[in-house]
Design a protein around this ligand. Sequence first.
Ligand code: 5RP
Length: 236
Amino acid sequence: MPGELSPIDKAKFVAAKRACDYVEDGMRVGLGTGSTAAWLVRCLGEMVREEGLKIRGVPTSTRTAELAREVGIEVISLDEAKWLDVTIDGADEFDADLNLIKGGGGALLQEKIVATASDQMVVIADVGKEVGQLGAFPLPVEVIPFGWQTTRALVEETLISMDVLGRDVSLRMNGEVPFVTDEGNHILDLHLNRIGNARQLAMVLNQMPGVVENGLFIDICDAVIIGYGDGRVEVR
Ligand code: 5RP
């Protein structure tokens, strides 16, 4: 365990450490994005350098690609890998059915493509990410820059017609300018409070022109490893 960690970092670290058990020699591994996934990449890098673990990693963002290379993991593209044995990633929220909200770090598009191209998706999260119902965390929706305000208006109208509780939709910013994803798109954050029918909302959002992908991961995650601040780990 790295030096003195805050309870939240300890929770993230122990979840990431346990997730390494899902990784075996020769595997093609999807590498998530975010602070929890960064712990995983560091742990796997240590196994590569010190135990001779042989894996090829497919990162889900430029940030993760840089870190993976830095710690000694061989990085390949998804098209080179074609299919992955396992993807391990963080989440912003997970519920009892292991459905997720992701995209707090703005990498949801690559994350969903990579997770969907994997035999198994394992989520690593501190216990604070567990919710009874998805939606307290703003739902990220990746939209193309062209006509983004029109797309936002369409999203707002749709939320009204679906009788969704919260309807505030904000453009994610990076200081004074709109946040730009690795794919050159923008993110709309949907402040919904509670999502009644996540499956329906995910489908409706993805049917809109201008929407590239949404941060609802429905029936994609196979297991969640929950880390606690006291070092305990639980697998769901
Ligand atoms: C990035 C993500 C992250 O996995 C999610 O935001 C969780 O991040 P963290 O582990 O830093 O809490 O979806 O797009």
